[in-house]
Ligand binder design. Structure first.
Ligand SMILES: NC(=O)c1ccc[n+]([C@@H]2O[C@H](COP(=O)([O-])OP(=O)(O)OC[C@H]3O[C@@H](n4cnc5c(N)ncnc54)[C@H](OP(=O)(O)O)[C@@H]3O)[C@@H](O)[C@H]2O)c1
Length: 252
C-alpha cells in the first residue's frame, strides 16, 4: 500500500476551512480521497471552497460553525455524514498589542476561540467517535508560539501553549477509545492571518532569526498533517510536531 492511501474514503471535519491553512488542509485531504466537512462562520467563503474542491473531483459538505458556541459545535459534529474519522482543529485568531493594554474582550476572544473552541470541538468529536465505536485522529493546530514567546502576543502564546498541553491530556484520556490526539506547531507560514505583518519592515528582522532564512509555505505542512491523520501515524499520540524551518532552535 502506498503511503497515506488508507485516507481514501475516510471522513474529516476541518474547522476554519473558509481560508488560509484550514482551506489548504481541506484541499490536501480531499486530494487524498477524504470526504470533507468544511466549517467556519463565513458560509459564502465555505461555498466557494466547496465548489473548488468539487471541481477538482473531491467531496465536500459545508456547515457553518462558531467554535466558541457549544450548540453550534454539537450541531456541526452531528451534521458530518457517515462516520467521523479525522478532525483538523484549525480555527484560530490572534490579537496583538502590549500585555499592559490588551482589552479584556480581545483576550477573551483569543482564549475562547483558540483554547475553549479547540476543546469543545475535540470533545464533541470524541463523544461521537466513542459512541459509534469507531477510531479517530484529532490534529490540533497549535503554533511555535505555544512553545516559545514573542512580544505583543501574550494571549495568543498562552492559548497555543494551552492547546499543546490540552493535546497531551486528551491523548492520555482518549487512547482507550482508539482516538489519537496530536498537535502540529507551524512556524511562520504566509496566510491571511499574518500577510499584513509579513509586508512590513519587521518581517526582515524576523526572517534573520529563522535558521532556514525563509517563511514557510502551506505545502510545508502537508506531509506532517497527513502523517498525523493517517494510519501511517498509528503509534503517534500526544505528540507535538514542529514545522518551522528551525525557528525554535534559533540561537540565543
Ligand atoms: N499562518 C501561520 O503562520 C500560523 C502559524 C502557526 C499557527 N497557525 C495557526 O493555524 C490556524 C489557521 O491560521 P491561518 O493562518 O490559516 O488563519 P486565517 O487565514 O486567519 O484563518 C483562520 C480561520 O479560522 C476561522 N475562525 C476564526 N474564528 C472562528 C470561530 N469563532 N469559529 C469558527 N471558525 C473561526 C476563520 O473562519 P471564519 O472567519 O469564516 O469563521 C478562518 O477560516 C490558526 O489556529 C493559527 O493560529 C498559523
Amino acid at each position: 500500500m502506498r503511503m497515506f492511501e488508507d485516507l481514501a474514503g475516510k471522513s474529516a471535519l476541518v474547522t476554519g476551512a473558509s481560508r488560509g491553512l484550514g482551506l489548504h488542509f481541506a484541499e490536501l485531504l480531499a486530494g487524498h480521497g477524504v470526504n470533507l466537512t468544511l466549517t467556519a462562520r463565513d458560509k459564502a467563503a465555505l461555498a466557494t471552497a466547496q465548489a473548488r474542491i468539487s471541481s477538482d473531483g473531491g467531496v465536500a459538505a459545508i456547515v457553518d460553525l462558531d467554535v466558541t458556541d457549544k450548540a453550534s459545535v454539537e450541531a456541526a459534529i452531528a451534521f458530518v455524514p457517515g462516520t467521523l474519522d479525522i478532525l483538523v482543529n484549525n480555527a484560530g485568531i490572534t490579537a496583538g498589542g502590549s500585555a499592559l493594554t490588551i482589552e479584556e474582550h480581545d483576550w477573551d476572544q483569543v482564549i475562547d476561540t483558540n483554547l475553549k473552541g479547540s476543546f469543545l470541538v475535540a470533545q464533541a468529536a470524541a463523544k461521537r467517535v466513542s459512541d459509534e465505536k469507531t477510531r479517530g485522529a484529532i490534529v490540533n493546530i497549535a503554533s511555535i508560539l505555544g512553545l516559545r514567546v514573542a512580544g505583543g502576543l501574550a494571549a495568543y502564546a498562552a492559548s497555543k501553549a494551552a492547546v499543546v498541553q490540552l493535546t497531551g491530556a486528551l491523548a492520555l484520556e482518549w487512547a482507550r477509545y482508539g482516538i489519537r490526539v496530536n498537535a502540529l506547531c507551524p512556524g511562520y507560514i504566509e496566510t491571511d492571518l499574518n500577510r499584513d505583518f509579513f509586508a512590513t519592515e519587521a518581517d526582515k528582522h524576523l526572517i534573520q532569526r529563522i535558521p532556514q532564512r525563509r517563511f514557510g509555505k502551506p505545502e510545508n505542512l502537508d506531509a506532517p498533517l497527513l502523517l498525523l491523520c493517517s494510519k501511517v501515524g498509528d503509534y503517534i499520540t500526544g505528540a507535538t510536531l514542529v514545522v518551522d524551518g528551525g525557528h525554535l532552535v534559533s540561537t540565543l
